[in-house]
Ligand binder design. Structure first.
Ligand code: DOR
Ligand code: ZN
Length: 352
């Protein structure tokens, strides 16, 4: 059955036009992150953004973007109520202020959004969380574990029936915490955190292509994530966190966080499930558990995947008026992946 990507960055403008088909050719729906510049904080902005996404999708492709609201300290309850009841917002995203890309308008103190969370709980609107503290006393590799202790545990006890997803989990602690709170808490797992550990960022030099947030952790955490993803536990589901940045913003003295994995995401996950002898668990992870957690109908469409190796190109081209202006590096660039999605729609990739 066709999968959903329950955590995706599509950006806007030329980048949106370049990347959206990568997702839409494989995934039936995607939860689209609101951390644009400026962020999506109103119903009107979300409607307009959804229109731009839909008009960037190639003809004949059936794809539904599920829009997210960006929480800020000063947002009104009315935006939440109206946007959710009118079916514009699928959920709201909590970015602790300055935790990641375009999060400077995020929440500075969780207690400042108590009334918003209260409203979300009462109307059944899901809260999706970037789970990292930003306190300067906390090491960057410990930010997720501290978030669970300092913010998430109190939050879950204050709002016992709020539907919460801890996004892109990266640690053994998060895996255990989600398992112990399954039912009310779900978690997405990215392909990159299943493949790389923190050494990958320093393999022979500094490799900004593997820099993302939350940052990749030690090998024991990667192993715990692979076990969780392939466990068959319904609380763990697919969310790529594909986060495209132009080449020159990654390869920079202050490179951006984010890995663009959308074009070969399914193949990337499949490689892991195959290596873990868990191909029988793949469909539930990619197409069932997330939809069930959110109460979405299961997709009726199907896709075909075959064990047929393919060389992953280095770049996706970004065009402006048909002229190539920039490139985005693919995750697994220049490597061979063992699986392929068979699709009638193919994307022209740069081999350079
Ligand atoms: O690596 C990341 N990139 N993590 C995030 O949380 C945001 C994302 C982005 O938007 O670039
Ligand atoms: Zn993200």
């Amino acid at each position: 059955m066709q999968p959903d990507d329950l955590h995706l960055h599509l950006r806007d403008g030329d980048i949106l036009k370049a990347v959206v088909a990568s997702t839409a050719r494989v995934f039936r729906r995607a939860v689209v992150m609101p951390n644009l510049k400026p962020p999506i904080t109103s119903v009107k902005q979300a409607i307009k953004y959804r229109e731009r996404i839909l008009s960037a999708i190639p003809d004949r492709i059936n794809f539904t973007p599920l829009m997210m609201l960006y929480l800020t300290d000063h947002l009104s309850k009315e935006v939440i109520e109206t946007g959710y009841k009118e079916g514009v917002f699928f959920g709201a995203k909590l970015y602790p202020a300055n935790s990641t890309t375009n999060s400077s308008d995020g929440v500075t103190d969780i207690r400042k959004i108590d009334s918003l969370l209260e409203t979300m709980q009462s109307i059944g609107m899901p809260l999706l969380i970037h789970g990292e503290v930003t306190d300067l006393d906390v090491d960057v590799f410990d930010r997720e574990a501290y978030f669970i202790e300092r913010t998430l545990i109190p939050l879950l006890s204050r709002y016992p029936s709020l539907k919460v997803v801890l996004e892109h989990i990266t640690t053994k602690e998060a895996v255990e915490f989600v398992e112990n709170n399954k039912g009310k808490l779900g978690a997405t797992i990215t392909p990159h955190h299943l493949h790389i550990n923190r050494n990958s960022m320093f393999d022979g030099g500094i490799r900004s292509d593997f820099y993302c947030l939350p940052i990749a952790k030690r090998e024991k955490h990667r192993i715990a994530l692979r076990k969780a993803a392939t466990s068959g536990e319904p609380c763990f589901f697919l969310g790529t966190d594909s986060a495209p940045h132009l080449r020159n913003f990654k390869e920079n003295s202050c490179g951006c966080a984010g890995i663009f994995n959308a074009a070969f995401a399914l193949e990337s996950y499949l490689e892991v499930f195959d290596q873990e002898n868990a191909l029988d668990k793949f469909e539930s992870f990619s197409s069932i558990f997330g939809a069930k957690f959110y109460g979405l109908p299961l997709n009726s469409e199907r896709i075909t995947i075959v064990k047929s190796p393919q060389l992953i190109p280095n770049f996706l081209e970004v065009k402006q008026n048909d002229k190539i202006i920039e490139r985005i590096v693919h995750f697994h660039a220049g490597k061979i992946l063992e699986w392929s999605v068979v699709s009638s729609y193919s994307i022209v990739q740069s081999k350079l």
